[in-house]
Design a protein around this ligand. Structure first.
Ligand SMILES: *Cc1c(COP(=O)(O)O)cnc(C)c1O
Length: 377
């Protein structure tokens, strides 16, 4: 089944006696037992709920995992995942991660005795140099946020080989429609379902998709134990969003390509970071390992004034955190997502007060460009 078809049909439950085409919202906290020693398969909704199970099955099918667990947000998923680790364990992580992941690692995981080593994972030799006997996982985001660096997942897998190191990939930016890290050797794939999967900026959700049954069992145990599960209604909204994932991703990517090319020609724009531009350093790698480049762009402007004019004056493009919805959003990493990254570290990575990040939506590209043009005048 092609990804477009899988988004719609992969987890359809053919046994529904009603023939319902949309997954029903099982808004029930608990489930009655037919008798002693019998269960319908559902006991209590924290443990499992049929609507949540549907969207978990859908994610597992789309990513090529054996199983998936659905959480109340992306951060709930990542927090649950971190409970796989114990004091003394080391994790190598991409240095240009989603800000919330850095906050969790630096303020919670570190307190719990798990050491994080941040490296530029787009450089395989930097990963290799950071591996020690205590390394238990490599945590990768690709493309990175906001600098759009790309990590070679098969290359990392070749490095870790048979060692007992979990390869974890946050695939929020590309989605299973464009990229399937498990097929390249990843053990666990993370999604903030809040973004492209739900797709309409109206729901929080998070997923872990798992390659092996053994780790899946541990994560489902942790999910039930920690309790930050996805509600039936939100599971329904994500399943509904995924039905249109393919056409939204195609359209947003098409727009992103047009806008990235337009930005590149603007005198007030000094750099454009988009993996779909042939001048991007990992353009070839992106084409090799993924089916698309996504629709996230970051760019630098000639002055703080130009950057702030875009934030203040655009009318269609909304100045808001988050990404992956139908509407185009612009963020200011320096004051929003990366505000608590120390200044020296931010500067080193090029995250300054002239850098903006665009999550390109599915409007007409010419309207988005017109809005940027008006704001930059
Ligand atoms: C948003 C995001 C998260 C966190 O997800 P929430 O649903 O906001 O908790 C994690 N990783 C990436 C790449 C994200 O963009």
């Amino acid at each position: 089944m092609k990804p477009e078809t899988a988004c719609i049909h992969a987890a359809r439950d053919r046994s529904h006696s009603t023939g319902a085409v949309a997954v029903p919202i099982y808004q029930s906290a608990t489930f009655a037992h037919p008798g002693v020693g019998h269960s319908t398969g559902y006991d209590y909704s924290r443990t499992q709920n049929p609507t949540r199970e549907h969207v978990e099955n859908l994610l597992a099918a789309l990513e090529g995992g054996v199983s998936a667990s659905a959480h109340a947000s992306g951060m709930a998923a990542i927090s649950t995942l971190m409970e796989l680790f114990s004091p003394g364990d080391e994790i190598i992580a991409t240095d240009d991660l989603y800000g919330g992941s850095i906050r969790l690692f630096d303020h919670v995981s570190t307190k719990n005795g798990v050491a994080l080593r941040y490296v530029d994972t787009s450089d395989l030799s930097a990963i290799e140099a950071a591996i020690t006997k205590a390394t238990k996982a490599i945590f990768i985001e690709t493309p990175t946020n906001p600098m759009m660096k790309i990590t070679d997942i098969a290359g990392v897998k070749a490095l870790t080989g048979e060692r007992d190191i979990l390869l974890i990939v946050d695939n929020t930016f590309l989605t299973p429609y464009f990229f399937n890290p498990i097929l390249l050797g990843a053990d666990i794939v993370i999604h903030s379902g809040t973004k492209y999967l739900a797709g309409h900026n109206d729901t929080l959700a998070g997923f872990l998709v798992i390659k092996s049954a053994e780790i899946a069992d541990r994560l489902h145990f942790l999910k039930n134990t920690m309790g930050g599960v996805l509600s039936p209604f939100d599971a329904f909204l994500v399943a509904r969003g995924i039905k249109t994932l393919a056409i939204r991703m195609e359209r947003a990517q098409q727009n992103a390509m047009i806008i990235a090319q337009w930005l590149k020609e603007q005198p007030k724009v000094t750099a454009v970071h988009y993996p779909g531009l042939p001048l991007h350093p990992a353009y070839e790698l992106s084409r090799r390992q993924a089916r698309g480049f996504g629709a996230m762009i970051s760019f630098s402007t000639d002055s703080v004034e130009t950057a702030q004019n875009i934030l203040n004056k655009t009318e269609l493009i909304l100045f808001a955190e988050s990404l992956g919805g139908v509407e185009t959003l612009v963020t200011y990493p320096v004051t929003q997502t990366h505000s608590y990254v120390p200044e020296a570290e931010r500067m080193k990575r090029g995250i300054d007060d002239k850098l903006l990040r665009l999550s390109v939506g599915i409007e007409a590209a010419e309207d988005i460009i017109g809005d940027l043009e008006m704001a930059m005048k």
